[in-house]
Ligand binder design. Structure first.
Ligand code: NAD
Length: 509
């Protein structure tokens, strides 16, 4: 039987037992997990207390003291074993993500693939935690930098990427020699339990990893506050809304801790007259509608050259009216539910606000399938033809709403791209190399991600991921993001029998 036709609670039980977990693990009290597919409760896990959070931080701190002495390539071996666990359980974990977060199965599986990819990346990286050597101005001296683990790393993650965002941070933090304490979204506690279980399996195979290397603490603001404020937590990596980051960033800064913030996006695409429109339409659809508009990199603002806007809107209307919206477990569905009723209210309010600003609702914008799923919130993605870059376009509403605005010059389109407070992802569709390079240049997009002929969503793990301004400035995943999880020491060694001072200073006794 297809998973879409079975009772969700039973499916969850089957999936968790496939992963090797006992039913008791998800029969705690305090934190109820509901599936956005039907709105029904699918499990309950124990909610932890602030005292338990403090104990977890202390345990992780002890684990760190042992783990930092394990050579980095050996630490990589633990992550290699974890990657193996993920490979073996990809199908079950992917389905779990779909049921708990509501994204279509292909995207659930893709999210687990991202975890596997970052594990592979981290294994290689565990042999490449390089520092530089510098030329010293003094004879008989050598200068270099060394990178050391930070300590306890706190991880706060959102509902929309319940496993990948954790894995991006976790795999790198572990190979860098840290211990972690994870506080996942209250909306996705089961996937968090499953991840922790799979990591525990890897630890059992590895044999000599210290207890407490990865602590999972579930709960609400009271436990998160302890994590954010605790002086033993060297780095807080927090992914979620800008509102959350504003609070977490300030609190961590107050105690001079480090924070890595990955916050809201408000992403744009510019379609120029020379664009390959076949590519552009596919990219627009995937990035505006995929994950029901609940990606930080979702396309929200589309800037189309004035000469083409009417045609582009006609084509997009056609596409939007034929979108397969429905149960994300069913094959063929491209757009699943919103996470909950609050999200639906935000969707509705924003569509109305945009209309009050002169926006014309070209397609979608309403709740659908409410007879079939009275407690599930499915919407037809909204396509709005906007008269200008109005007030609504400055805010990220975490739902599928695409605003289309016309422009006359590329400079005007780039100015609108950069005008919003967020700075995560952006792209241009063009076949003109001058336009492409200009968009990527210092005068172009001000975002952390700027693409040519690729939509703003669906990044690979090899690049540094993150954005500027209210997106928080953090970089995770590939490139040299690993440095965020380590501290740099500058070392100068004098192997001569003199003691010359820097800058030629004379200070003789
Ligand atoms: P959210 O901010 O509501 O919650 C994210 C996490 O922060 C959860 O674990 C939550 O419990 C915790 N949290 C919330 N408020 C907090 C506070 N004041 N102090 C401490 N912890 C707090 O976000 P969400 O609804 O789960 O996720 C959607 C948001 O996340 C969107 O804004 C999206 O753009 C953003 N996001 C960003 C990225 C990125 O890499 N930039 C990736 C995924 C999601």
């Amino acid at each position: 039987m297809s998973p879409a036709n079975t009772n969700l609670k039973e499916t969850i039980t089957t999936l968790l037992s496939q992963i090797g977990m006992s039913a008791r693990a998800f029969q705690g009290t305090g934190l109820i997990s509901c599936s956005p597919i039907t709105g029904e409760a699918i499990g309950e896990v124990s909610s932890h207390t602030p005292t338990e959070m403090r104990a977890a931080i202390e345990k992780a701190d002890l684990a760190f003291k042992g783990w930092r002495c394990v050579p980095a390539p050996k630490r990589g071996e633990l992550i290699r074993l974890f990657g193996e666990e993920l490979r073996q359980n990809k199908e079950a974990l992917g389905q779990l993500v779909t049921i708990e977060a509501g994204k279509i199965l292909q995207e659930g599986l893709g999210e687990v693939q991202e975890m596997i990819d970052i594990c592979d990346f981290a294994v290689g990286l565990s042999r490449q935690l390089y520092g530089l050597t510098m030329a010293s101005e003094r004879p008989g001296h050598r200068m270099m930098e060394t990178w050391h683990p930070l300590g306890v790393v706190g991880l706060i993650t959102p509902f929309n990427f319940p496993v990948a965002v954790w894995a991006w941070n976790f795999a790198l933090a572990i190979i860098c020699g840290n211990a972690t304490v994870w506080k996942p979204s209250e909306k996705t506690p089961l996937t968090a339990l499953a991840c922790q279980h799979l990591f525990d399996n890897a630890v059992a195979k590895f044999k000599d990893a210290p207890d407490g290397l990865s602590c999972l603490i579930q709960g609400g603001r009271d436990v998160t506050d302890v994590l954010v404020d605790h002086p033993r937590v060297a780095l807080v990596s927090a992914t979620g809304s800008t509102e959350m980051g504003r609070s977490v960033g300030q609190r961590v800064a107050k105690r001079f801790g480090k924070s890595l913030l990955e916050l809201g996006g408000n992403n744009a695409m510019i379609v120029t007259p020379s664009a390959d429109l076949t590519l552009a339409y596919r990219a627009i659809t995937f990035s505006a509608v995929g994950t029901s508009g609940q990606r930080c990199t979702t396309l929200r603002r589309l800037f189309v050259h004035r000469s083409m806007k009417a045609d582009v809107l006609t084509k997009l209307k056609q596409i939007y009216e034929s979108l397969p919206i429905g149960n994300p477990l069913e094959e063929g569905t491209l757009c699943g539910p919103l996470i909950d009723g609050h999200s639906y209210t935000a969707f509705q309010n924003t569509v109305h606000k945009a209309q009050s600003e002169g926006g014309n609702l070209v397609a979608g914008g309403v709740r659908v399938l409410s007879d079939q799923y009275p407690n599930g919130y499915y919407v037809s993605p909204a396509l709005l033809d906007m008269p200008d870059h109005t007030d609504s376009l400055f805010t990220e509403t975490f739902a599928p709403i695409l605003y289309v605005v016309s422009y006359d010059t590329l400079d005007e389109a780039i100015a609108m791209n950069n005008q919003v407070p967020q700075g995560l992802s952006s792209c241009v569709f063009t076949t003109d190399i001058r336009e492409a390079e200009y968009f990527l240049s210092a005068q172009g997009s001000d975002c952390g991600i700027a693409n040519v002929n690729i939509g703003p969503s669906g990044a690979e793990i090899g690049g540094a991921f993150g954005g500027e301004k209210e997106t928080g400035g953090g970089r995770e995943s590939g490139s040299d993001s690993w440095r965020n999880y380590m501290r740099r020491a500058t070392n100068t060694v004098n192997y001569s029998s003199e003691l010359p001072l820097a800058q030629g200073i004379k200070f003789d006794l």
